[in-house]
Write a protein of this length. Structure first.
Length: 555
């Protein structure tokens, strides 16, 4: 048996197995035992949002108690008369509200600017003791703001804001700012009647890592306090298909969650990795040495941006925690330098084994050309050369084989019309031979589909292409503003489909034209980098067809 005859069924089997495993055997966090929530496990619990804003405090408390009864009953626990939430219960209602100290609305702002070796800039402020702005230097040399400076009146939902369960301080005092080796250490303190807070930031200038040390001292042991640390979604807010939260625990694998407003009561127990990702950037907690985070969940600010809430334990004395965060671009090398688990945010999906090598080769070509547009062209030509052995033959020859197939089937039907059993055997044999002879076209489509999807995923998410120009296109990560690339790709494909086969019927040519119009419309929605790939691919196929016809006509 020939290699090409084995390759098609083997490839189909591998793809089928991957699809079945991805969609039907993916472990679910809800499969874990609810009686003993494990690290990273997803839970659905009551929240003040689900109780409804129109309820008064008494009605809301009654509603939440009924929700707790349902949870206990589901867990097989005795409901009894006591339906109070334990102090540190993971089933307590989610707290997504912030109440500030009233007398801290207006004061002079003091900022500190920290510049990293990569060109990244962080601006800290005494308003909330938070990060006011974060600017990234992209590979193209542009600046991308992933934390946007809030308006002066905005007190809540700031980056690394510490919210208490009662009165939250907004005015912080800067008590430390010094350089230690290749780091800069900045400290803020604030005090209320309930607690004293100290936040110490350690900014690593040679990486995208930021450490946060949180110290909390309860003023009265009889009045315990609980802190929540806020983490903002990277800006600018991307198309919904790029926005996501992600979580990983000690016993659960990496999970990517689409960002929606429908899961108001969803939380995750003691995650070891938790964060938010956009199209090009990631904000994530990567390390929690003293297990500050007991639950992690989400809410939205007034502009629709997601806020990750890292909820700590209830404490009645002094406590401190050390956490590490990644605030940077979705570049594999930079992600790996802080935490290798973060490479899963690149979201290559089950086509990762195809997408990663493609991106590696693309960056290899760019290293020589110093131009991603030329690198995409070289990658396209390389892919076409690798697929050349599996390319179908001349369309005219394919049409002849199809006509021969029809004639043989008609002859068999006429010859064995009185013997149905023999007719079925002969038809199966002819169909098998036809399948083998036409297998090249199927193999080409089979290989091109994952290559195209993998390349589309890479080019759509690569920050390396952000604002990278090529010829008249100012940004390869955005659409061609003049639609030149998709139109050329569509025209080349149309000529190939409609006129590549000289024996094609008028109906066949019309089908080719309709397909061309539909595909061209689809191409206009893709990033210019993908459009460039499709244009070069179509030009290559058209040139290949013309050269083949010229060679055959000269013989």
């Amino acid at each position: 048996m020939k290699f090409r005859e084995l390759l098609l069924p083997f490839a189909l089997a591998m793809i089928t197995a991957a699809v079945v495993q991805h969609f039907f055997f993916k472990p679910s966090p809800n499969n874990l035992s609810q009686k003993a929530p494990q690290s990273g496990q997803q839970l659905s619990v009551p929240s003040h949002e689900s109780a409804g804003g129109s309820m008064n405090p008494s009605e809301r408390e009654s509603y939440l108690r009924e929700q707790l009864k349902s949870i206990k009953k589901e867990l097989g626990e005795d409901v009894g008369n006591d339906v109070n939430y334990p102090v540190n219960s993971v089933y307590r209602p989610l707290n997504k509200e912030i109440d500030f100290v009233d007398d801290q609305k207006s004061f002079d702002e003091q900022t500190i600017e920290v510049r990293k070796h990569s060109g990244q800039t962080l601006v800290f402020t005494n308003r909330g003791g938070t990060i006011k702005q974060l600017l990234l230097r992209t590979p193209s040399g542009d600046q991308l703001s992933t934390v946007v400076a809030p308006v002066a009146q905005q007190r809540e939902w700031r980056m690394f804001e510490v919210a208490l369960d009662k009165a939250t301080p907004y005015r912080y005092n800067m008590v430390g700012n010094k350089e230690v080796g290749d780091t800069q250490v900045i400290s803020y303190t604030a005090k209320t009647n309930q607690a004293e807070i100290k936040k110490t930031y350690t900014v690593y200038k040679d990486s995208d890592k930021v450490d946060v040390k949180l110290e909390l001292v309860a003023s009265d042991s009889s009045n315990p306090v609980q802190a929540r640390l806020l983490l903002n979604e990277p800006q600018p807010i991307a198309n919904s298909r790029y926005r996501a939260s992600f979580v990983q625990g000690l016993t659960t694998g990496f999970e990517r969650k689409a960002i929606t407003g429908k899961s108001s009561g969803t939380c995750w127990v003691e995650p070891t990795l938790f964060g938010l990702s956009g199209r090009y950037t990631v904000h994530a907690m990567t390390k929690d040495a003293q297990h500050f985070v007991k639950r992690a969940y989400h809410t939205f600010d007034n502009d629709g941006a997601m806020i990750a809430i890292l909820e700590g334990p209830v404490v009645d004395k002094a406590a401190e925690w050390n956490m590490s965060f990644y605030l940077g671009p979705k570049e594999a090398s930079r992600l790996t330098a802080v935490d290798p688990r973060l490479t899963s945010t690149l979201n290559y999906g089950w086509l990762g084994p195809v997408a990663r090598p493609l991106f590696f080769v693309l960056k290899f070509f760019n290293g020589y050309t110093n131009n991603f547009g030329l690198a995409i062209i070289l990658l396209t030509l390389l892919i076409r050369l690798l697929l050349a052995p599996f390319m179908p033959g001349d369309p005219g020859q394919a049409a002849k084989k199809q006509d021969e197939f029809k004639r043989r089937m008609t002859a068999v039907k006429r010859h064995f019309k009185d013997d149905p059993e023999r007719l079925a055997i002969e038809q199966a044999q002819i169909a098998k031979e036809q399948f083998k002879s036409m297998g090249g076209g199927c193999l080409t489509m089979l290989f091109q589909a994952p290559v195209f999807i993998g390349l589309y995923t890479v080019l759509s998410n690569a920050i390396e292409l952000y604002h990278v120009p090529f010829l008249w296109v100012s940004d390869l990560s955005a659409r061609d503003p003049y639609y030149i690339l998709p139109i050329i790709a569509g025209l080349c494909m149309g000529v190939q489909l409609a006129f590549g086969n000289k024996k094609a019927t008028p109906a066949g040519r019309m089908t080719g034209i309709v397909m061309t119009v539909g595909l061209t419309a689809l191409f206009t929605t893709l990033p210019a980098g993908v459009q460039l790939y499709m244009m070069v691919n179509s030009l290559f196929m058209l040139a290949q067809s013309k050269l083949r016809n010229m060679f055959r006509s000269s013989r």
